[in-house]
Design a protein around this ligand. Sequence first.
Ligand code: 6CS
Ligand code: FE
Length: 299
Amino acid sequence: MTLTDTRVDDSYPTRITGKPEHLPRTHPTVWGTEGDGPLDAATLANHETRGYTVVDQLLSPGEIQTYWQELVRMSSGDHRDDERVITEAKTGEVRSIFDVHETSALIAELVRDPRVLDRARQILGSEVYIHQSRVNYMPGFKGTGFYWHSDFETWHAEDGMPAPRAVSCSIALTDNYPFNGGLMVMPGSQRTFVQCAGETPQSNYKSSLKEQRVGVPGEDDITKLAAEYGIDQFTGQAGSALWFDSNVMHGSSNNITPYPRSNIFIVFNSVENALREPFAAIERRPAFIAGRDSTPLSR
Ligand code: 6CS
Ligand code: FE
């Protein structure tokens, strides 16, 4: 299949050569209703508008300690041959570990926990499966941030995700403060698809997971979006969760404090939104970044 074939029915063309435009999102943000899960109508309406929802203490302090210990264990040791482990460009510290729901029995349970799975199903209005899981460690002093981006722009261009019918659940493993790299989100920005300029290089993920250069909006795009939507910041105690839409514009700054800002990210995709061929890349990304088994997740 050539690149141009998949562009025929593409509502969200990106990685273009011309001037990037801001396109209207043609899909809802919330697909389910109040009766479908634990979120009430007001929370769902808020999520539809803002593109994100905070759940304080989704997990208890005791539970989160158990997960944190497991993930600290996973980040220690020799990872040089494991491509699921991404290190910081400058210091070699562990930046992220992908596919943790496959490599940790504890995390495999967490993604099926009704407090997590039922919210994902309700927001996406269908059965769901895991598109991606990762831990971003953002260690003290050395953790570098993630420049502004839309996850969906990458998942559409490089993974072949047809529509923004995916949601991320970011659970704080350590306290997230404003000053230690807390995730910034532009509330409502999921309603705008920001095209990005520049073709996707071959094996782009080998550099983009360290520092994303392709698929990031221009400064004028970010300026326009910030003026229209503003910037909120997710802060919360360890155990709190941020649910955010796949297309919400988000980013985080470097962490120069002694306090790590470590979060686990679980990305749920609707089984009705299974990946196709990349919409703007010549090859698929590996399964540890973009799951291709859309069998519904069950407890
Ligand atoms: O390329 C990706 O899938 C990853 N990149 C970023 C900056 N956020 C989402 C995801 O982890
Ligand atoms: Fe992201």
